[in-house]
Design a protein around this ligand. Structure first.
Ligand SMILES: [Mg+2]
Length: 378
């Protein structure tokens, strides 16, 4: 089997309401923006993937992609990973493209990818991953609504200048939802986007102080408390607290994760298959983590197709405990998040996300909608 054709679109799917991500302070998003790729084999099998985009930064790149993709056997994933490593050297993060190969492989086999790579589970416990900074009272109300909708876990952003404000938000939510709902917190300190508005920059002492306070509030994990390569700081922090320390969503390839595991930096690894190495590399990282008795709950906050790709990995591996379900109404809701899919991804009646069970990534891309909101660049 060979890849015979490739199409690429830069898409801007409008959001119903502006969304204010805490990790890009000062820059409200009006669109869910991404690059969508559609590969077609000589046997007529289609594979899809989506990569993050802010504006038009991927323009020009598809020609390069085409150069390396046409004529390639989609089953030779290891060989293609070498191409992607090369592409990284010349300046872009291409891992999402590998996901389309797995979409093709799964469709050729008539199976969802998770069943080809381990088949651990058919559904994963969801937590509602919120993204904006809101005051304690508002967040407490939000949390009650999320519990009513069926979520058994909620992630809060703690990225205020004053740590006491962050703690007040967590405390208000804990009081509102009681002890049975899981609370996770994300400081988003691993990678900082600078230039639009102020944000706090944590050091080890602040992280240790917060972890101690969060122990009292029964928080399940503290995410990205320090910079993405602060191996020593993370390892000291992890040993100082009973709150699980998680991170690694934007770390890259096997080397970073070997380092995290050898140095004991994290209780939970979170590489996103679209950012960190593709599905195959992340499957390997999951095995490395399993051997170290470390969980692997991937980051999923890109878009619906990215969530579907990460869900396939979650379904495959034994050491995944939770699925990040990006959800923060009114700005970030499944309709906008999953705009490129024929059907948005939803939780079931018990607060779990079913792993999409169709062949490949398990979901259907609505190419009409992609073309309606996308500019064809290749
Ligand atoms: Mg995160």
């Amino acid at each position: 089997m060979k890849i015979a054709d490739a199409e690429a679109y830069i898409c801007h799917f409008p959001l119903t309401d502006p969304f204010y991500p805490s990790w890009i302070p000062g820059l409200p998003l009006q669109n869910n923006s991404c690059i969508m790729l559609r590969l077609v084999t000589d046997e007529g099998i289609e594979g899809a993937c989506a990569g993050m985009a802010f504006t038009q930064e991927w323009k020009g790149v598809p020609d390069l992609i085409k150069l390396f993709l046409i004529g390639r056997d989609p089953f030779q994933v290891e060989d293609f990973i070498k191409v992607l490593r090369g592409a990284k050297v010349i300046g872009f993060r291409p891992w999402f493209i590998e996901v389309a190969f797995w979409d093709i492989i799964g469709k050729a086999a008539g199976q969802p990818v998770y069943r080809l790579l381990g088949g651990s589970r058919d559904r994963v416990k969801a937590y509602a991953s919120t993204g904006e900074l809101r005051d304690p009272e508002t967040r407490a109300q939000d949390a009650l609504r999320l519990v009513e909708e069926g979520f058994t876990g909620i992630k809060l952003r703690i990225r205020n200048e004053d740590p006491r404000v962050d703690l007040a938000v967590v405390e208000a939510v804990r009081v509102a939802v009681g002890d049975d709902v899981e609370i996770m917190v994300d400081a988003n300190q691993a990678w900082l986007i600078h230039g639009f508005a102020a944000y706090p920059r944590w050091d080890l002492k602040r992280a240790m102080y917060m972890a101690k306070e969060l122990e009292e509030l029964g928080v399940v994990w503290l995410e990205e408390p320090l910079r993405m390569n602060d191996y020593d700081g993370l390892s000291i922090l992890r040993r100082s607290t009973s709150v699980a320390i998680s991170g690694g969503e934007l770390n890259d390839d096997l080397d970073d994760f070997r380092e995290f595991l050898t140095r004991g930096c994290y209780d939970i690894l979170q590489p996103d298959v679209t950012f960190a190495g593709g599905i195959l590399t992340c499957r390997k990282i999951a095995g490395m983590a399993e051997a170290a008795n470390v969980a692997y709950n991937p980051h999923t906050w890109t878009n619906g197709l990215g969530l579907a790709a990460n869900l396939q990995l979650m379904g495959a591996i034994p050491n995944c405990t939770h699925c990040e379900f990006p959800y923060d109404p009114p700005g970030w809701v499944p309709e906008g998040r999953d705009a490129m899919l024929a059907q948005p991804i939803a939780i079931d009646g018990e607060g779990y996300v079913p792993v999409p069970s169709g062949p490949g990534l398990g979901v259907e891309v609505d190419w009409e909608k992609v073309r309606a909101h996308g500019e064809k660049i290749s």
